[in-house]
Design a protein around this ligand. Structure first.
Ligand code: BDR
Ligand code: CA
Length: 306
C-alpha cells in the first residue's frame, strides 16, 4: 500500500480525486492539504471537509497557501467551471469537523522527513504548498518518494490561455521552483488528461445507485459537464484531470512517460505558466506523461469512485 498526501484546491474534479483515492485499497491517504486555486483556500478546506463527510472518512485536513508564492494573484478563481461554491453549488452546511492547526506545507515536510523514501504527494492544484514546503525544508526533494502533479501542457495548448494550463498558470513561480528542485516528479498534464473523459452515461450509472455520495458527486459533475460544453465536442462529458493523477499513483502504467527537464515561463505575460519540455539527460528528473490507456484508467476509476 502506497502512503500518499493529497494536495487539492477542491474543486469538482478534486472532489472526484479525493473519493477515488480514499476508495482505492492501493493507497493509504495520510492527510489532505489544501491550497487556493479553483476557489479560495478557506473554501477549498471547507469543501474538502464536506467531501470527506460524504465519504464517511474523517481524514485530517491541513490548510495551506492562500495566494501565489511570489506575486499578486494573476488568475481569477474558476467559479464558472466549478460553481460559485467550488463544488457545483452542492454546498449545504459546514462539516462538524475542523481543519488542523498545522499548515499544509508543514504537514508535508513533517511526513516526508519522518518517513524518508516512503511518501508520495499527489498535487492537483497550484504547486504553492509544495514550493513552500521546499523552502521550509529543501531536503524533502531527496526524501520524497515521488511527486505526482496534475498540471502543465507540454505537447498541447493550454486551457486558461493558449499556452498555459490552470494549475501552472495560477502559480508559475512555485511550479518552476518544484520542477528545478531535483525532486522526482511525474507530470500528468493536459497532454493526457484531456483524453480521459467521463460521459453523461457514466453519470447516470452513479445516479442510479441512489446513495447520498453518488447523488452528491453526480450533481456536481453535472455542473462540470455543463461548463465543458464547447470544450469537448464529441458529446456531453468532462475531463478527469485530477483523478488521473491519483490513477497514476495507483498504477503508473496507466500512462507512458518520457524524461524531460521542464521549463515554466515566469516572465513573459502572454505565455505565463507555459510548460516546455527539454530533453536533457543530465537534468531529466521529470517524467512527462505523453500517452494514456484511457479505457483501462476510466474503467478503474469508475469501479472505485462511488
Ligand atoms: C486543473 O485546473 C483545475 O480547474 C482542475 O481542478 C484541475 O486541477 C485542470 O487544468
Ligand atoms: Ca484541481
Amino acid at each position: 500500500m502506497k502512503s500518499v498526501i493529497l494536495d487539492v484546491d477542491t474543486g469538482i474534479d478534486d472532489s472526484m480525486a479525493i473519493a477515488y483515492a480514499v476508495h482505492s485499497p492501493e493507497l493509504n491517504v495520510l492527510g489532505i492539504t489544501t491550497v487556493f486555486g479553483n476557489i479560495t483556500v478557506e473554501e477549498a478546506t471547507r469543501n474538502t471537509l464536506v467531501v470527506l463527510d460524504q465519504l464517511e472518512r474523517p481524514l485530517s485536513v491541513y490548510p495551506g497557501e492562500a495566494k501565489p508564492l511570489e506575486r499578486d494573484y494573476t488568475k481569477p478563481f474558476a467559479r464558472h467551471i466549478h460553481g460559485e461554491d467550488g463544488i457545483g453549488n452542492q454546498y449545504r452546511e459546514p462539516s462538524t469537523r475542523q481543519p488542523q492547526s498545522l499548515s499544509g506545507p508543514e504537514f508535508i515536510v513533517q511526513q516526508i522527513m519522518a518517513n524518508p523514501g516512503e511518501i508520495t504527494v499527489i498535487a492537483v492544484g497550484p504547486l504553492t504548498n509544495i514550493a513552500r514546503a521546499l523552502q521550509l525544508e529543501p531536503q524533502i526533494a531527496e526524501h520524497i518518494d515521488r511527486l505526482i502533479v496534475m498540471g502543465g501542457a507540454v505537447t498541447v495548448p493550454g486551457n486558461v490561455t493558449p499556452f498555459a494550463e490552470a494549475n501552472t498558470y495560477s502559480d508559475p513561480d512555485a511550479a518552476a521552483i518544484v520542477f528545478s528542485s531535483g525532486m522526482p516528479v511525474t507530470l500528468v498534464g493536459l497532454d493526457v488528461t484531456m483524453q480521459t473523459l467521463l460521459t453523461s452515461a457514466h453519470l447516470e450509472q452513479w445516479r442510479s445507485l441512489n446513495t447520498s455520495l453518488a447523488t452528491f458527486l453526480a450533481n456536481m459533475t453535472d455542473f462540470y459537464m455543463e461548463a465543458y460544453k464547447g470544450v469537448i465536442t464529441s458529446g456531453r462529458g468532462c475531463a478527469l484531470h485530477d483523478p488521473l493523477a491519483v490513477g497514476v499513483a495507483i498504477d503508473p502504467t496507466f500512462v507512458r512517460t518520457e524524461s524531460y527537464a521542464v521549463h515554466v515561463e515566469c516572465v513573459d505575460a502572454d505565455s505565463l505558466g507555459k510548460t516546455t519540455g527539454v530533453h536533457d539527460s543530465q537534468a531529466s528528473h521529470i517524467d512527462v506523461a505523453l500517452d494514456v490507456d484511457a479505457d483501462r484508467f476510466v474503467h478503474h476509476f469508475l469501479s472505485h469512485i462511488v
